[in-house]
Design a protein around this ligand. Structure first.
Ligand SMILES: [Cu+2]
Length: 413
């Protein structure tokens, strides 16, 4: 399918599908989907408008039982959140609250979801925008697809998974100590064309959050010349076309409510010198940022302090991107992180569905003062097909990590 047809379909379906509770018809699916795996997933009836701070202080649940996730991991850390299956963004996680063992709850995210998977092929065409009606492409999960976990409405898996060593300290100044860590994992799978995308968030027992997307299913079967592809199959007749998967996430941070959240960028200057110097840049206005070695960002709330008196923050690292930069018409690919002030109609990083809003994330950055920051994270992967990608294609993961910085005054293990 050509990009223009797919874009037309996307715009048409998005114009009428703004509400999270709406479902789109099968005719709006971006391109052909193997029928056995298609599911028109019902949209969750997640309630809106409950403040995170209320969720923290009051035991009353911010969403009804089927959409509530509340898990205490083996080390005592607790995660609480709500999920919904939105027509446009697919799996969406709301009102995310972390409680380190023995500490008070801290609300982290008001909402997070995928904001686009942009797939430009190396010959210049096609150029897909795979998100626009993700919710209706949710794959019904089998029990084996959700090991050790529970399936919610067939398409969302909630499970716990080991994550290796939480720490290991040798015993030269006392007994040896070590512990194995665990993640609460929430994921869904979506069929978009020949690809199956695994969309996952891991909530670790040390407070880290790891959003990632796994591309699996089948290659699209788009053949090209040797300069834009790689020979797969017998001999060197068919060159499967290389392409990028530029995945965007939208993260609406609310550290103990939206008030007081500030975004900072950290750099450590000095090269070929013995010293390194910390440099902090505070974003007063909406901004675009590029990844660099040692650069990271954080969302900090100076009104919320840990027991050491340090402001509570969440650090964002985005160091595993291929940093795809597209042509002039794809300016949204030209930064690795965007910081915008919250607007409800700014939902996707490209092909945004709301007519009263700009069409892409680069244009959301228009000089507004930041009062309620939303972060957009762009992680690219350049996929050069190989023989091993023959069906079923092995999963390739791409993502990033958010880490607590001074949420607790010491290791909360
Ligand atoms: Cu690929």
């Amino acid at each position: 399918m050509t990009v223009s047809l797919r874009l037309i379909l996307s715009c048409a379906m998005l114009a009428g599908a703004l509400g999270p509770a709406q479902t789109a018809s099968a005719a709006q699916v971006p391109h052909a989907i193997p029928a056995a795996r298609v599911s028109a997933a019902p949209a969750a009836q997640a309630p809106q408008g409950t403040a995170v701070t209320q969720a923290v202080r009051a035991p009353a649940a911010p969403c009804s039982a089927p959409y509530r996730i509340d898990r205490t991991l083996p080390n005592g850390a607790r995660w609480q959140l709500c999920w919904e299956m939105r027509t446009i963004e697919g799996l969406t996680l709301n009102k995310v609250v972390y409680t380190p063992k023995g500490n008070r709850p801290v609300s982290v995210l008001r909402s997070t979801a995928l904001a686009q998977i942009h797939v430009p092929y190396d010959s210049g065409t096609p150029r897909y925008h795979d998100i626009g009606a993700l919710g209706q492409s949710a794959v019904p999960l089998l029990a084996a697809d959700c090991p050790g976990g529970e399936r919610r409405e067939q398409s969302v898996c909630v499970t716990t998974r080991p994550r290796g060593h939480a720490y290991l300290k040798s015993g030269y100044e006392g007994p040896s100590v070590s512990a194995q860590g665990h993640d609460l994992v929430v994921f869904a799978a979506f069929q978009v064309g020949w690809y199956t995308y695994l969309v996952e968030w891991a909530f670790s027992d040390d407070g880290a959050i790891t959003p990632r997307v796994g591309a699996t299913g089948s290659l699209a079967g788009s053949t090209t010349t040797a300069g834009h592809g790689w020979p797969i199959g017998v001999g060197s007749r068919d060159f499967e076309e290389s392409h990028s998967h530029n995945v965007f996430w939208r993260l609406d941070f609310d550290i103990q409510g939206k008030a007081g959240d500030v975004v900072e960028q950290y750099d450590f200057s000095g090269t070929r010198t013995a010293k390194r110097k910390l440099k902090r840049t505070t974003f007063a206005k909406e901004a675009k940022a590029l990844s660099r070695r040692t650069r990271w960002w954080r969302v900090v709330d100076r009104g919320v302090r840990n027991a050491d008196g340090h402001p509570v923050s969440w650090e964002l690292n985005n160091s595993d991107s291929s940093q795809y930069r597209g042509p002039a018409g794809e300016a949204f690919t030209r930064a690795d992180v965007y910081v915008t002030d919250y607007r409800s109609c700014e939902r996707l990083a490209s092909v945004n569905p709301a007519p009263r809003c700009a069409g892409s994330v680069d244009r959301y950055v228009n000089g507004e003062r930041l009062t309620d920051p939303v972060l957009w994270v762009n992680v690219g992967y350049h996929h050069v097909p190989r023989d091993e990608d023959a069906d079923p294609m092995p999963t390739h993961w791409q993502g990033f990590r958010i880490t607590p910085r001074d949420v607790t005054a010491k290791n909360p293990h």
